[in-house]
Design a protein around this ligand. Structure first.
Ligand SMILES: [Zn+2]
Length: 431
């Protein structure tokens, strides 16, 4: 049994009309109930009845993260007695934002995750081991839990961390799918190896990976994905989601980017001037939630940079796919005219042999341009080799070579502790 919603197999023009119908419902809802959008429409002289097509949507200015943070409760469209769940964003940049859900929103979230798991080959016969938290107001935990319930599969809630307990549960309850942050899977693999346990003999056949990209922009597995696959013959499904959009983009078995669910969200990729990027170009993921009752968002700028892929997928879905997030808009570095993001740099550093540790530092040069310094720790005997490997990798993959400085472990620790937590990317450009 595979559940593919009918709309996800329709011609693109039909999907567009379908979304426009949903958009009109959304605009009607927010123009009556959202203090934030009512004010926005008035101040920009926008008559919502005149917005009929997806193209018309561009007349509404995008909503920024700062606005959502600053006017958080002005986004609420229902009375507080209708809120049944309070979730927050992770707050990695700035103060956390509360996203409040109604009973209908929670059902929408369950549907979203149900079709996402179905997209990732999930069936009622599967047993899912949830290696993430269901607490701490973490929306994804609730979403996965509800989605698996709707799918009718088995559930094992182990929670995050604890490699010994995860491994013991894998052996005892024989889950077929894990839901985890991929870098934790690397730790689990190391732990299993230390215990002399072969994970390939477990019942696990796939891992739904959250929070970190698994692929490069050409949709091949990145260093992290390869590291897992080399040790463990499992299928890796990459996902992209955020609390604000209350929606996930999950890969199907063909691994060609996360599938868009047109019944749940409208997506645009915008350039620095908030215009749509050309087909195939990278832009900021900007979402309009569809069907959300409590805190709907219109043209919300996520800060995540990605590409979309529009050719038809072999799985039969006609919907577009969202590629891996290759960075945060705020972390974009223009080095000698070339746009690069920290994850692209990390990818090269992780693939280079003999590098024990590293820190990437961005700063503003004397001419006002972005500059980058890579601080590397490597054994003395390998320094020359590391330097030449890095230079050729940067030249071929990013077309530009940052300044490379060899450092000591203690000097690097000092740098990484400058912030509140250990950082691999230190940005001095806005100091
Ligand atoms: Zn597909």
């Amino acid at each position: 049994m595979k559940h593919i919603p009918e709309i996800e197999q329709k011609p693109l023009q039909e999907i567009k009309f379908f979304q426009e119908e949903k958009l009109r419902l959304l605009l009607g809802h927010v123009s009556l109930h959202s203090p934030f959008y009512k004010k926005l429409f008035t101040s920009h002289h926008i008559d919502v009845n005149s917005i009929k097509s997806l193209e018309d949507l561009s007349r509404i200015p995008p909503t920024t993260k700062d606005e959502l943070q600053l006017y958080n409760w002005d986004f609420l469209c229902v009375s507080t007695d209708r809120i049944i769940e309070y979730t927050t964003t992770s707050g990695t940049l700035g103060k956390p934002v509360t996203i409040a859900l109604t009973a209908n929103d929670l059902q929408r979230l369950a549907y979203n995750e149900y079709i996402s798991f179905a997209c990732a080959e999930g069936t009622p016969r599967d047993i899912y081991q949830l290696m993430i938290t269901l607490d701490r107001q973490f929306m994804a935990g609730v979403a996965y839990y509800e989605g698996i319930r709707k799918l009718g599969a088995g559930l094992v809630r182990v929670g995050p961390g604890l490699p010994a307990m995860q491994l013991e549960t894998i052996q005892r309850l024989k889950p077929t799918v894990l839901v985890s942050v991929p870098s934790f899977i690397v730790k689990l693999i190391e732990f299993a190896a230390q215990q002399g346990i072969d994970l390939n003999k477990s019942a696990v056949r796939s891992i739904v990976c959250i929070g970190e990209s698994l692929r490069t922009s050409d949709l091949e597995l990145n260093a992290l994905g390869k590291k897992i696959r080399e040790a463990w013959d499992v299928h890796l499904f990459s996902t992209y989601a955020s609390t604000e959009m209350q929606t996930a983009f999950t890969e199907c078995r063909f691994g060609q980017g996360g599938h868009h669910h047109p019944e749940l969200v409208h997506i645009e990729l915008l350039d620095e001037d908030n215009n749509p990027v050309a087909t195939g170009e990278a832009g900021e993921v900007t979402v309009t939630t569809l069907g959300v009752e409590g805190m709907p968002l219109i043209r919300y700028q996520t800060g995540d940079m990605a590409r979309v892929y529009t050719e038809c997928c072999e799985c039969g879905r006609t919907t577009l796919r969202l590629g891996p997030i290759f960075g945060r808009k705020q972390q974009m570095v223009k080095l000698k005219g070339t746009t690069i993001y920290p994850p692209g740099i990390f990818e090269i550093l992780q693939k280079t042999d003999h590098i024990q540790d590293y820190v990437v530092e961005a700063y503003t040069g004397s001419l006002g341009t972005d500059e980058l310094k890579l601080y590397i720790v490597a054994p003395d005997v390998h320094v020359t080799q590391v330097e030449s490997s890095l230079k050729s990798a940067f030249q071929s993959q990013l077309k530009v070579i940052p300044e490379i400085i060899f450092s000591t472990p203690s000097a690097l620790d000092q740098k990484q502790l400058e912030g509140r937590k250990l950082k691999k990317f230190i940005d001095h450009r806005f100091d």
